[in-house]
Write a protein that binds this ligand. Structure first.
Ligand code: ATP
Ligand code: MG
Ligand code: MG
Ligand code: MG
Length: 439
C-alpha cells in the first residue's frame, strides 16, 4: 500500500475529551472517528488492526471447537420477555418500535436468541456438546461512554454460547473457553489474568473476568505477581482432553486473583506481601457458567441417555475486540506513539522514502516494495512529499513494528536503514539483506 493512495488522516492535536493515552493515539493516528457519543467509525488503519484481532479470536475459538454463526443485531422483545430479562435489563438496553408497533431492541448480548436457535433444532443429547459463537455489533446505552472504543455504546463482541447435557459437560466447555482465552490474549500480545468474578443471582463459582493490568483500568484488582510469569498453553493443547484442560485451569486459578467485588481481605492477607499486586485493570473478556437459567424458562431441553427431557446446561463467553485494540495500546506505547505487536500490526513494515523524486531513492523503494508485495508482506510505503522529519514522526505514531528507511546517502552505497519500533534499534544493511530480512 502506498501512503499517497491510502486514507490516513493523522491529527496533530489530541481531542480534548481524550483522557487516556490509547484514545489520544487512536484519534491522532487516524484509526477511529467519533460519530456520536460512544459511537465510532473505524478508519482504514484501525480497521486493519481490528480485523487482525478478530482473526486471532476466530482462530482460537475454532481451535477450541466452537462454531461460528452470525446472529442479527436487532432482536424481538418477545424473546427477552420469555427469559424475564426484558424488564430487568434497564436503561442500557436500546429499545426500538417498528412500524407495526412491535417492540424490538438492539441486542446488548444474545443468550435468548441463541437459546431460541438451539431449541428449534436440537432434540437429543447426542448432538452435544455444542458451542456457537459470533462476532457482532452490540449496543449498550452506557451511562458514561468514555475512553474512545474502550467503553463505547456501540461495540463489537465475540460471544460464544455452550450447550451441554449436564454440569460436568458444561464445566469442560467452560475450561475449553478458559484455555482458548489464555491463548487468544497471549497471541494478541497481552498479559491477561483470569480473576474470580461475580456470578450474579445464580451463585456458583464459575465466572472469570480476564483482566489486563493498566493504570487507566476502571476496575480495582488484586492478584499474585507470579501470574505474570505463567506459560501460555501451547498450540498442541488437546481441547478434548478433559483432565488435561482441567489441570491447566486449576493451575491458572491456583493463586489469588480477584476483582474488587470478589476481593476477600482474609485470603489476600495469606499472599506474601512481596507477591501482592494491587492494581487497576481492564476487563477484556468474561466467561460464565449459568446452568439452566435460560434453558429452563425458554424450554431448551434435550432427550438424555435416560430417555428423559433435560434442560441444557449453558455458559456464555464474551470478548470485546473493539476494547482490545485500545487495551493493546495502553500496554504498548511510548511518547512517540503506538508500538504494535506483530500479530495485530496494521502493516508489518513501513517503508520510508526520505527523498521522493530522487531517482536512486525511488528505484530502491520500488524494488523493496515489489519484493515485499510479492512475498505477501503487509507494508505501507510512504511515498509522499512530506519532509523526512514528519515521515519519521508519522511512522513512530502509527507504530508499525519495522521501518525501512531509504535516504540518499545510504542508497548511494546500495544500503538502507532498518529500525525496530519497539527497541528503537537501527541497523544499516544492503538492500538485498533488508529484503531478505522480511521476505
Ligand atoms: P464492563 O464491566 O466493562 O461494563 P461488562 O461486564 O458489562 O463490561 P460483559 O457483559 O461481560 O461486559 O461483556 C463481555 C465483554 O464485552 C467485556 O469483557 C468487554 O471486553 C466487552 N464490553 C462490554 N461492554 C463494553 C463497552 N461498553 N465497550 C466496549 N467493550 C465492551
Ligand atoms: Mg457493562
Ligand atoms: Mg464487568
Ligand atoms: Mg463482564
Amino acid at each position: 500500500m502506498r501512503l499517497s493512495k491510502f486514507f490516513l488522516p493523522i491529527l496533530k492535536e489530541s481531542p480534548r475529551e481524550a483522557e487516556i493515552v490509547s484514545h489520544r493515539l487512536m484519534t491522532r493516528a487516524g484509526m477511529i472517528r467519533q460519530q456520536s457519543a460512544g459511537i465510532y467509525s473505524w478508519l482504514p488503519l484501525g480497521k486493519r488492526v481490528l480485523d487482525n484481532v478478530n482473526r486471532i479470536i476466530r482462530e482460537e475459538q475454532n481451535r477450541s471447537g466452537a462454531i461460528e454463526i452470525l446472529m442479527p443485531t436487532i432482536q424481538s422483545a418477545d424473546l427477552w420477555r420469555e427469559s424475564g430479562r426484558y424488564d430487568d435489563y434497564g436503561q442500557e438496553m436500546l429499545r426500538i418500535e417498528d412500524r407495526n408497533e412491535r417492540d424490538m431492541l438492539f441486542g446488548p448480548t444474545n443468550e435468548e436468541m441463541v437459546t431460541d436457535i438451539f431449541r428449534s433444532y436440537v432434540r437429543s443429547y447426542k448432538a452435544l456438546p455444542l458451542n456457537l459463537y459470533h462476532i457482532q455489533t452490540k449496543f449498550r446505552d452506557e451511562r458514561r461512554p468514555r475512553f474512545g472504543t474502550m467503553r463505547s455504546r456501540e461495540f463489537q463482541m465475540k460471544d460464544a454460547y455452550s450447550f451441554d447435557i449436564d454440569k460436568d459437560g458444561a464445566v469442560h466447555a467452560y475450561n475449553r473457553m478458559f484455555v482458548a482465552y489464555l491463548r487468544t490474549f497471549a497471541r494478541l500480545g497481552l498479559k491477561a489474568i483470569p480473576m474470580r468474578a461475580e456470578t450474579g443471582p445464580i451463585g456458583g463459582d464459575l465466572s472469570h473476568e480476564f483482566i489486563i493490568l493498566a493504570d487507566t483500568g476502571e476496575s480495582q484488582v488484586f492478584c499474585h505477581r507470579d501470574f505474570l510469569d505463567f506459560d501460555t498453553p501451547g498450540v498442541e493443547t488437546d481441547f478434548d482432553d478433559r483432565a488435561g484442560l482441567a489441570a491447566i485451569v486449576e493451575r491458572w486459578t491456583s493463586l489469588y486473583a480477584a476483582t474488587d467485588e470478589m476481593h476477600d481481605p482474609a485470603l489476600w492477607a495469606e499472599v506474601p506481601a512481596e507477591a501482592q499486586m494491587s492494581a487497576r485493570g481492564i476487563e477484556v473478556g468474561h466467561i460464565f457458567y449459568f446452568g439452566t437459567k435460560y434453558s429452563e424458562p425458554m424450554g431448551a431441553t434435550v432427550m438424555g441417555p435416560d430417555g428423559k427431557e433435560h434442560p441444557v446446561h449453558m455458559g456464555s463467553y464474551g470478548i470485546g475486540p473493539t476494547r482490545i485494540v485500545p487495551s493493546i495500546i495502553e500496554a504498548s506505547h511510548d511518547e512517540a506513539g503506538i508500538i504494535w505487536p506483530e500479530s495485530v500490526a496494521p502493516f508489518k513494515v513501513g517503508l520510508i522514502n526520505m527523498k521522493p523524486g530522487d531517482e536512486a531513492c525511488d528505484a530502491t523503494c520500488e524494488r523493496i516494495e515489489t519484493a515485499l508485495a510479492n512475498a505477501g508482506v503487509d507494508h505501507l510505503y510512504d511515498d509522499t512529499a512530506d519532509r523526512a522529519g514528519a515521515k519519521f514522526a508519522t511512522a513512530d505514531l502509527i507504530g508499525l513494528p519495522w521501518q525501512v528507511i531509504a535516504g540518499p546517502r545510504a542508497v548511494a552505497n546500495g544500503e538502507v536503514e532498518i529500525k525496530n519500533r519497539a527497541s528503537g534499534e537501527r541497523q544499516t544493511m544492503s538492500v538485498e539483506a533488508a529484503i531478505n530480512r522480511f521476505t
